[in-house]
Design a protein around this ligand. Structure first.
Ligand SMILES: *Cc1c(COP(=O)(O)O)cnc(C)c1O
Length: 359
């Protein structure tokens, strides 16, 4: 078997080894049932146990208040882009969107297929290298949507805007559970699991009950949040295996000491790389404005593309994989989600200094 690599892939991404091992251990015989969890009925006490425990862990770790629903749906974060607009923009109504990069842009496009929207702020003028600070909110907007971490552009919200009581809806696909968070500021949080929570195939949705009640009626059954709330994500067969994996990853986070601890380690990892960038006399250039830099996806450029190619290839030889920037922006991107080890960040920082010396 090959050694495990340092996996900087942006998603699907590296998962905690103890969670993977536990899944392996339990794979053929889940808790003495004589079958795998993926062969078990989603209506069985075993799977209901998994579902309820996963919700419990999410609630405990994120300190989710009692009046929030926790759902597990298919279709990725991308389906949420449409579902949110379908459920929450009333006839002749509109919603506010803040555009901070590729994923926000996609969310806006989907909303536009369904209803009217207003772009309350955008950082497109500078290729999304910053997080906007002034907003043109529409007083009649049904909600305000933002993307908390911009996976591709390498920026992250470190403080959230005051929406004057408007429900705040956030795509947290690439930074959920990476830091402590006041969930009560949000009417809805959603995240595809494949960055910080587990494997792809499930989207976690955290929704305040009061907001859920504002959803429109008469939508196709599967596209209505109400369906999934009423059936506790068991209206149809949910993504059983991904949910089970999310449980194992949450158990790992708990073992690490919860979000305070994970947050601290994530910052340490990011500091190592940003210090290497900032101490390189411009050899490496961070692409995001300093105060808005992401702790999860760290983006940089070098003098030219040939050098970047060489950097990525040589890093790979050293076991540092997945450093190529998104095809839409180029450059280098180090994605370091919760499960990415501190040691890997140390190795990358070391490699950056060595590479600069040699090239
Ligand atoms: C990866 C990502 C998505 C897309 O998620 P899917 O589950 O593939 O639909 C959406 N938003 C953000 C911020 C992401 O990082």
């Amino acid at each position: 078997m090959a050694d495990r690599i340092y996996n900087f892939n942006p998603g699907p991404a590296t998962l905690p080894l103890p969670a993977l091992k536990k899944a392996q251990e339990e794979f053929l015989d889940y808790k003495n049932t004589g079958m795998s969890i993926i062969e078990t009925s989603h209506r069985s006490p075993e799977f209901e146990g998994v579902l309820v425990e996963t919700q419990g862990l999410l609630k405990e770790l994120l300190k989710i208040p009692d009046d929030y629903h926790i759902l597990f749906l298919g279709g990725g974060a991308s389906l949420q882009f449409a579902m949110i607009a379908m459920n929450f923009i009333p006839d002749a109504g509109s919603a506010d969107y803040i555009n901070t990069g590729t994923w926000s842009t996609k969310a806006i496009k989907e909303a536009g297929i369904i209803a009217r929207y207003n772009v309350a702020a955008t950082s497109e003028d500078k290729n999304f290298c910053y997080i906007p600070e002034s907003f043109n909110f529409d007083p009649d907007a049904a909600y305000v949507h933002l993307t908390t971490n911009n996976t591709i552009k390498g920026t992250q919200w470190h403080e959230f805007p005051d929406t004057a009581g408007k429900p705040l809806v956030a795509d947290m696909s690439s930074d959920i559970m990476s830091r402590t968070l006041d969930v009560s500021k949000f009417a809805m949080i959603y995240a595809g699991a494949q960055k910080n929570l587990g494997p792809s195939g499930v989207t976690v949705i955290i929704m305040q009950d009061e907001f859920a009640k504002t959803a429109r009626e008469g939508l196709p059954t599967m596209l209505s949040y109400d369906t999934h709330i009423k059936k506790n994500s068991l209206f149809n067969t949910p993504p059983v295996f991904p949910i089970y994996m999310v449980k194992l990853v949450m158990e790992w986070i708990k073992d690490q000491g919860g979000l305070e601890k994970v947050d601290e380690i994530n910052r340490k990892k990011a500091d190592l790389i940003y210090d290497a960038i900032d101490g390189s006399d411009g050899y490496y250039r961070g692409t995001a404005q300093k105060k808005d830099r992401s702790i999860m996806n760290l983006t940089m450029r070098m003098q030219n593309e040939d050098l970047e190619k060489k950097f990525i290839a040589e890093a790979k030889e050293k076991g540092l994989h997945g450093l190529k920037g998104h095809r839409s922006v180029g450059g280098i991107r180090a994605s370091m989600y919760n499960a990415f080890p501190l040691e890997g960040a140390e190795k990358l920082a070391e490699f950056m200094m060595q590479f600069k010396k040699n090239n």
